[in-house]
Design a protein around this ligand. Structure first.
Ligand SMILES: *[C@@H]1O[C@H](CO)[C@@H](O)[C@H](O)[C@H]1NC(C)=O
Ligand SMILES: *[C@@H]1O[C@H](CO)[C@@H](O)[C@H](O)[C@H]1NC(C)=O
Length: 453
């Protein structure tokens, strides 16, 4: 349940009354766990999927999920109980601020739309993609939206589609279904199972192939195969109309399914994004792990005036290998791992570890609502940003994202720390400089005088 006054949207309750997923109760919004496609409750729906497809093994085999058109993210929220982490995405549409509801509930969520550009996720990254009536026209525009799902889905990964064309008859639903059958065949997705639950809601589950053979054996080269990997992370990149081959390298490196969760957290699997430079070496990975384990247990937890029991939504603004998030794995919080678009492309490694994240440029605003994170963390990034944008703009964005009463931790050289300290104090943050490399800043409830006087 969340404070009504933090996200006061009474219309949503009215509009979604019959679907049992949000209601107002006194000063709160409460979320009973319903949804458009799971009126009987999301836990039953999650179990149903496992019953019709036992090989999914929530929380061991399947660890990372992308939920497209997630609503208030109940699916992702309840999957957390099964050790599954979900990136729930939705655009801001006429259903109002659903992502804001999700984040207010403490569930990982991100504003995104499948429109004309690629999602800010690496190729072959999610174990499972889910869409329950997410109203994306998958086969529109030559199938580009579904090709985008195919791009971010791991080879051997599953696409769970729960929508009326799967189980309803009627001209429009049947046309949609037939178009989907043709398109999924053309991209070599195998139908694993198609079933109806006790409420007669239908679900179909597809699997992406792990080898190239089906693609090359197709009668028509339609959609055509992409000519190799473009080699850089998607950032302002238009959607492809071609099909990415899963096994790019001859060795198939980076395409085998990760080992089970939680063991996969500590494995540095090779990915196609890396080059042979020592930057991506096992030694670098191991020292990153050791460094963060040490800093979290000896410095962050004991020396900083951060109240960890009030922290739920965490963002690592320059995540590297994801060592910061990995060191926090036993706490009841989650971490959005951000890999800046111009930094070494470590996001595939982060996903292979069973963590989630996005590409971003911190000289722009981040796709989230105001006051949605409890702890923002930035390690050695400010210098390179300050070459391209003003530190005041970066501070303003940090301030927008942070909840009042919560923390921003900056690790940097003392020069950068002093600059940021000055800006944050002008915004009435309480700050402390520690060990000459950390700035611990707490946002207050202060706001500028809105009359402008
Ligand atoms: C820490 O946060 C928790 C949860 O918000 C709160 O109940 C507790 O009073 C806080 N502790 C301190 C010392 O502020
Ligand atoms: C390899 O990656 C590192 C880290 O992104 C980069 O600094 C280096 O220039 C790259 N080398 C080549 C040959 O692409």
């Amino acid at each position: 349940r969340i404070w009504y006054n933090n996200v006061p949207h009474p219309k949503l309750v009215e509009y979604k009354k019959d679907q049992n997923w949000v209601r107002k109760s006194g000063n709160y919004f409460v979320f009973p766990g319903g949804g458009t496609q799971f009126k009987a409750g999301v836990t039953r729906y999650i179990r149903f999927i496992e019953q019709i497809m036992p090989q999914i093994k929530w929380g061991t085999h399947a660890r990372t999920v992308l939920d497209v058109g997630c609503g208030v993210a109940s699916f992702g929220g309840y999957l957390l109980d099964r050790n599954v982490i979900t990136m729930s995405i939705a655009p801001k549409d006429e259903h109002e601020a659903q992502i804001q509801f999700a984040l207010e509930r403490g569930i990982p969520a991100f504003l995104a739309v499948i429109g004309t550009q690629k999602l800010p996720f690496p190729d072959n990254s999610f174990d499972v993609i889910h869409c329950a009536r997410c109203r994306v026209h998958w086969y529109a525009d030559g199938g580009k939206p579904l090709l985008e799902l195919n791009r971010v889905l791991r080879p051997g990964g599953y696409y769970i589609w729960s929508a009326t064309p799967v189980y309803r008859r009627g001209k429009r639903d049947e046309d949609d279904w037939n178009a989907m059958v043709t398109l999924t065949k053309s991209i070599c997705w195998r139908t694993v199972v198609k079933s109806k639950d006790i409420n007669r809601i239908g679900v179909v589950i597809y699997q992406k192939p792990t080898s190239n053979s089906c693609y090359t054996e197709r009668k028509n080269n339609e959609p055509p195969l992409c000519s190799g990997s473009n080699g850089h992370s998607p950032w302002y990149t238009p959607l492809d109309s071609c099909l990415l081959l899963p096994a790019l390298s001859k060795s198939g490196a980076g395409n085998s399914w990760p080992i089970s969760w939680p063991e996969r957290l500590n494995i540095r699997s090779s990915t196609s994004s890396e080059n042979s430079s020592t930057w991506f070496s096992q030694e670098n990975f191991d020292s990153d792990t050791k460094n963060w384990n040490g800093l979290i247990s000896e410095v962050y937890s004991s020396e900083f005036a951060v109240n960890w029991s009030s922290i739920r939504n965490v963002m690592d603004m320059n995540a590297g290998f994801g060592g910061f998030a990995a060191s926090l794995i036993d706490r009841p919080l989650w971490v959005m791992n951000v890999v800046p678009f111009d930094q070494p492309d470590t996001l595939p490694i982060i996903f292979n570890r069973g963590l989630i994240g996005v590409y971003h440029d911190w000289c722009e605003s981040f796709n989230t609502y105001p006051r949605t994170y409890d702890l923002l963390h930035m390690s050695y990034l400010l210098q390179s940003l300050a070459n391209r944008c003003d530190i005041i703009e970066i501070a303003a964005e940090i301030d927008r994202i942070l909840r009042p009463g919560r923390w921003f931790v900056l690790q940097d050289n003392i020069g950068m720390i002093r600059k940021m300290d000055r800006v944050l104090r002008s915004l009435h943050y309480k700050t402390a400089i520690m060990r000459r490399q950390f700035l611990v800043a707490r946002k207050s409830f202060w706001r500028p005088d809105s009359t402008g006087s």
